[in-house]
Design a protein around this ligand. Sequence first.
Ligand code: ADP
Ligand code: MN
Ligand code: MN
Ligand code: MN
Length: 332
Amino acid sequence: MNVYKAEYIWIDGTQPTPLLRSKTKIVPADEAPPIWGFDGSSTNQAPGNASDCVLKPVYVVPDPIRGGEDKLVLCEVLLTDLTPHPTNTRALCVEVAEKYAGFESWFGMEQEYTFFEGATPLGWPRAGYPGPQGPYYCGIGANAAYGRDIVEAHMEACLAAGLAYSGLNAEVMPGQWEFQIGPVGPVEVGDQMTVARWLLKRIAEDSGVDVSFDPKPVKGDWNGAGCHTNFSTNAMREGYDAIIAACEALGERAALHIENYGFEIALRLTGLHETCSYKEFKYGVSDRGASVRIPWQVAQDKKGYIEDRRPNANCDPYTVARLITETVCSQA
Ligand code: ADP
Ligand code: MN
Ligand code: MN
Ligand code: MN
């Protein structure tokens, strides 16, 4: 039969942190994936007596898991009058991206995450703790790196899907890893991060492993999980004044950003473990205890990009990209 499998992916309405959902549609080979629907009463997106929500395809890539002509179809969620659903943060990001298109904003996001086997981070003893943090960041060996087979399969899948996947590393807490997407535009970074998160969950599922984006998966003296967001405009890529102006602009709206950078951000931004307290805002060259870091290479070249270190691993990438674009470009 001349068909392909389309995996429709969307962001649900679960509070405080939305979940990813997906389902499969068989589509005739010569057709683009059409508008589709789902039961919003099962995803916290609609009441049972008016349960239909609409899936509008917005970003289609080859499906690296099924292969062949099969596709991953990222969707926006719409109401049945075809306006954006209240949970649709992508639509707001598109508006802001269009308004400030002249700034040519680029984003690179560093997604940290933690593998879990049941209630325990992958590689941890069932009871008690592994050895203290130290050897795990960029670590190598069976006593330092847990889950590398999943990490490698995820990288291959992201590249085969055509994402701007730019690197990976093992993190400070054992069982925790990071991948990076970018640099790409504000809507593109949200789309690609969402597909990359879905691929990670889906690939880990085959090993009986779950992926947590919890910003503080283990309490105590263990690093949290963030989503550092690197950002530049055309002016920042050309001169240092625009770099400093962007840092100052972010400082003007620090509270608004903190409120929208992911649930339970105060548990992670304590001022310890390479973070700046959520109550403070500061920026600095090479400073991993700052809210916003100017990389040393950028200070030397007098141009480049800045790193907003505040977003949580569980942040909404569309919201983060929208706020940074709006805050920096409206004050430039
Ligand atoms: P870190 O040293 O903080 O761990 P990473 O290497 O993990 O940094 O991530 C750096 C990110 O910065 C990458 O995702 C990359 O795509 C992004 N990046 C590089 N140049 C730019 C730029 N000009 N504008 C925005 N992002 C950029
Ligand atoms: Mn990094
Ligand atoms: Mn990291
Ligand atoms: Mn970083």
